[in-house]
Design a protein around this ligand. Structure first.
Ligand code: TRP
Length: 456
């Protein structure tokens, strides 16, 4: 079933860096610390790790094998593997989810550019806590400024996508991912060297089990999905560019390990710094845009140069992480339009970029001038976040597990996992058991709970 004309990732390391680039993003550096802060620290992290191991890795293997076997975009994949069935809707829902996520994710990604400029021009210096709040609110509700950054961010994504799989996606990941690791390590060392950093580390390492309830468990599962880019065919699309000799299980382990490592490292940057200056870690979504600039200024108040460098580096890091993720979201939709509607890759990419700029502008304006236009009591920005992360991703993950566990011929599954019998499969039985039973039941539970049908 290999199609010789189809684009491929050129190297094994390229496969891992591009997939890890998709997984590592605002989800790790912005959402993970804030969720950990809200859910009481170490216990949340341990449950999160269990979710990555038990649910994330099997579903990732599943997306990989669907993508590589079909050699098609995610909607085309189900049409090839399950012709004339309704499974194709799983793929189509994934494409739609990708488009919607990209619409609001790019808004936040655009903010990181504004913050690089603010940090670099020294405008964080000498502000009070109230100033940070008002300057963030003034910026994010301004009708023009965020739009300029949004468009710039999407154009950068577009430029890389238009260059293709190997020269665009793979090459950019090979440059940006090592840069990201270096920035993370520098910032973690800075943060851990602060006086009082130990309290932050303790918060991350010492579980308080009495704080654990059903919502912590469910929050951790949702975070695992979002952070690992699962549930909408994103890694399925990337896997359609894998070569026949890519070891799917090993790649899923490596990507999950890198993603988790980055999330924990982001925690090691943010919590020691926050505790060191006496800021509570449960500030919520504003943590990195309002609290953190303040944290850097206060934490390094004795060494202004360090305060300056660490805040500039932090927002550069965030922008790079977000870019490798927006690329993967863009690719899902571009590949779909390119292959299903016979458009050239460039034209498909332009349509996606144009559509996303439009959606992004609406989302961005919905935080400011368009605040009063709400649907179900949510602004467009919040609505997109809710519908994708809380409905479409869990539903997609559920169907992906059911598809591989129950529908797909086990001969195909075995051939893909073992690369046609050339690899040993120590975890095969466990993989199938999880995909058949554990994952669908667990995901159905979060899904039902998050929609509020079930009061656990
Ligand atoms: N995982 C990315 C992050 O942590 C975001 C992302 C990229 C994503 N592709 C996705 C989330 C597909 C869900 C599905 O920021």
């Amino acid at each position: 079933m290999t199609n010789n004309n189809r684009a491929n990732f050129g190297s094994k390391i390229g496969v891992i860096l591009a997939s890890a680039g998709s997984a590592v993003g605002l989800g790790n550096i912005w959402r993970f610390p804030y969720e950990t802060g809200n859910h009481g620290g170490a216990a949340f992290i341990l449950i999160y790790l269990a979710c990555v191991l038990v649910l994330g890795i099997p579903i990732m293997v599943s997306e990989f094998l669907i993508g590589r076997r079909s050699q098609a975009n995610t909607a085309g994949a189900y049409q090839k593997l399950a012709p004339r069935t309704h499974w194709r809707w799983v793929g189509r829902m994934g494409v739609l989810a990708g488009f919607l996520i990209l619409g609001y994710y790019s808004v936040v990604a655009g903010w990181t550019l504004e913050f690089i400029i603010e940090a670099a021009s020294g405008s964080f210096v000498g502000k009070t806590a109230a100033d940070y709040i008002s300057s963030f609110t003034t910026f994010s509700t301004n009708p023009w400024r965020p739009l300029v950054w949004l468009v710039l961010f999407l154009l950068s994504t577009h430029f890389i996508i238009a260059r293709g799989v190997e020269k665009g996606i793979e090459k950019s990941a090979k440059i940006m991912m090592p840069m990201l690791f270096i920035l993370l390590l520098i910032l973690a060392v800075c943060s851990l060297s602060l006086p009082g950093a130990g309290t932050g580390v303790e918060f991350l390492l010492k579980p308080e089990w009495e704080k654990v309830n059903a919502s912590v468990f469910l929050g951790a599962m949702g975070q695992a999905f979002f952070s690992l880019s699962l549930g909408m065919g994103c890694l399925c699309t990337y896997a359609s560019y894998f070569k026949p000799d890519t070891n799917l299980t090993k790649t899923a382990f490596s990507v999950s390990l890198i993603d988790t490592f980055v999330a924990i490292l982001a925690g090691l940057i943010i919590f020691p710094a926050a505790f060191s200056v006496g800021i509570q870690p449960d500030a919520g979504p504003s943590l990195i845009f309002i609290t953190l600039p303040n944290v850097f200024q206060q934490a390094f108040s004795g060494v202004p140069l360090l305060a300056y460098v660490s805040s500039v580096l932090f927002y550069v890091l965030l922008a790079v992480a977000a870019l490798t993720s927006t690329i993967s979201l863009h690719e899902v939709v571009t590949a779909y339009l390119h292959e299903e509607f016979q458009l050239s890759r460039k034209r498909a990419a332009s349509l996606v970029t144009g559509g996303c700029i439009f959606l992004g502008i609406l989302c961005s304006l919905s935080l400011g001038v368009g605040k009063e236009y709400t649907l179900f009591g949510l602004t467009l920005f919040d609505l997109f976040d809710f519908v994708t992360a809380k409905i479409m991703l869990p539903l997609g993950g559920l169907f992906i597990a059911l598809f591989t566990g129950w529908y797909l011929d086990k001969k195909i599954v075995r051939e893909e996992v073992s690369n046609k019998g050339t690899l040993k499969m120590p975890f095969y039985k466990l993989l199938i058991f999880i995909l058949k039973f554990i994952a669908p039941i667990a995901i159905a539970l979060i899904f039902i709970k998050e929609l509020g049908f079930l009061k656990l």
